[in-house]
Design a binder for this molecule. Structure first.
Ligand code: GLA
Length: 447
């Protein structure tokens, strides 16, 4: 890995000029691209991501004091220092160091430690922020593994992923566990089907003869800076409760759409019919939801909704449930096509990706005009399938492109989306690239 080696050497030098000492070890944790299965992990359903080569890399030196000193090679991210025994994560501003603190605090709490040793850390990330490639979770995971290593403790990758998924919620977003799971469980050369409760990852061999290409819309989307993301999580939660009540189940403990399916013991196709039957397409007012569930507005606000969604007046339940159940079915179909590898596999997988994008755009409303335009351009120049990836509302698309068309595809998409529209030159060099499944988080002792 010559590129990584060069980065490690540079990081060592910068660490030395910043802290006047040599790092004792390094940790890397990758970002990811989600191939299919969007906005369904927090509903309990399986997703199909792979790690990308881009990652967070941290050089670390444990120190005797109880001070945690963080610096970043990117001058946009200011230095930060705090007492290791008094971690405060400010939910009102998604500042970079807070993601580190989430991983740090997650491990600290898991072991019930009150006094932690301090450390000096220099962070170097090359995942474009706000691009839907999970730069924030990579930082949380990297910080979690840094903390574990400093403590000299050990945990399985599954435990680490679960701790980091939970502790990233200190930032205020109610994400699922996909990003942290793939960052730890990824293996070079294979995508993974990630299943939850219990968390596990299974290899999914992607078809030969095609490559996945990531293209950045250059619209930056920070899911912690707005309430869009949590509103969707809450709409799914409310849809699950209303569906459960409709079916005569005990609805008050139900949080996820998958629980309704499991309790009813029916297929995803049947859940789509139940959704048609139970929910209406007009947005639900909060009064209607309260009346249906027999709860007060105050109970809805404080016991079901998150702080940043308490003032929402309406919720779309039908559209969100339709997306989730149909997307969950597409993930399983995608995996099946990969396993059976029929002669038209690339065509079939591409079609599933296209359906996923349509559902994200029309039912989940997590796309934006630039992503829709980029997806159209990618399909026009040869992608068999193209869709937004990650949370959406900006960020990247992922496209399935026949290998023999890759070079013309890259040239044409570059011309049509980036050059013709003079898209942000700062992001351009990381804006359009083919990617292969990369490996998961690692600790290195020497640069
Ligand atoms: C973010 C979250 C994930 C997942 C995706 C959407 O990346 O962190 O858990 O919900 O959005 O699929």
């Amino acid at each position: 890995m010559p590129v990584l080696y060069d980065r490690l050497l540079k990081l060592k030098e910068m660490f030395n000029s910043k802290f006047g000492s040599t790092p004792k070890f390094y940790v890397r944790a990758p970002g990811r691209v989600n191939i299919i299965g969007e906005h369904i992990d927090y509903c309990g359903y399986s997703v199909l991501p792979m790690a990308v080569e881009q990652d967070m890399l941290i050089a670390v030196e444990p120190v005797k004091t109880h001070t945690l000193q963080l610096a970043n090679t990117n001058p946009l991210y200011p230095d930060f220092s705090t007492s290791a025994n008094n971690i405060h994560i400010d939910k009102t501003k998604p500042l970079w160091h807070n993601y580190f603190l989430c991983g740090f605090k997650g491990i600290q709490e898991h072991f019930g430690l009150s006094k932690l040793t301090g450390m000096n850390c220099l962070v170097d990330g090359n995942i474009p922020p706000g691009s839907g490639l999970s730069s924030s979770s990579a930082l949380v995971c990297c910080a979690g593994l840094v903390t574990l290593t400093v403590l000299g403790m050990s945990l399985s990758k599954v435990e680490l992923a679960e701790i980091c998924a939970k502790s990233e919620r200190y930032i205020g977003t109610e994400g699922g566990g996909m990003d942290q799971s793939i960052s730890f469980l990824a293996e070079e050369g294979t995508a993974k089907l990630i299943e939850f409760s219990p968390l596990r990852a299974t290899d999914v061999r992607l078809p030969s003869g095609a490559v996945f290409v990531i293209a950045n819309s250059c619209v930056e989307a920070n899911k912690a800076a707005s309430s869009h993301f949590n509103v969707r999580v809450m709409e799914c939660r409310l849809a699950a409760k209303v569906l459960a009540k409709h079916k005569g189940l005990q609805w008050d403990k139900v949080l996820r759409l998958e629980e309704v399916q499991t309790k009813l013991g029916v297929s995803l196709q049947e859940m789509l019919l139940v959704t048609e039957d139970a929910l209406h397409a007009e947005p639900y007012s909060r009064e209607e939801i309260c009346k249906y569930l027999g709860i007060s507005l105050e109970e809805l606000r404080t016991q079901i909704l998150t702080p940043n969604t308490q003032d929402e007046l309406t919720f779309k339940l039908y559209q969100r449930a339709k997306h989730v159940y149909s997307e969950a079915a597409r993930v399983l179909q995608f995996k099946q096509v990969c396993e059976e590898a029929p002669h038209n596999a690339i065509q079939l997988l591409g079609e599933l990706m296209n359906q996923s994008h349509r559902s994200c755009r029309d039912m989940y409303e997590c796309s934006c005009p630039e992503l829709d335009q980029l997806v159209d351009i990618c399909r026009k120049f040869g992608a068999k399938g193209s869709r937004l990836t990650g949370a959406g509302w900006g960020g990247c698309t992922v496209s399935l492109v026949p290998a023999d068309m890759l070079s013309s595809f890259l040239t044409n998409v570059y011309e049509a989306y980036y050059r013709r529209n003079s898209r942000s030159p700062a992001l351009e060099k990381h804006s359009l690239f083919a990617t292969k499944p990369g490996g998961g988080a690692l600790v290195f002792l020497e640069a």
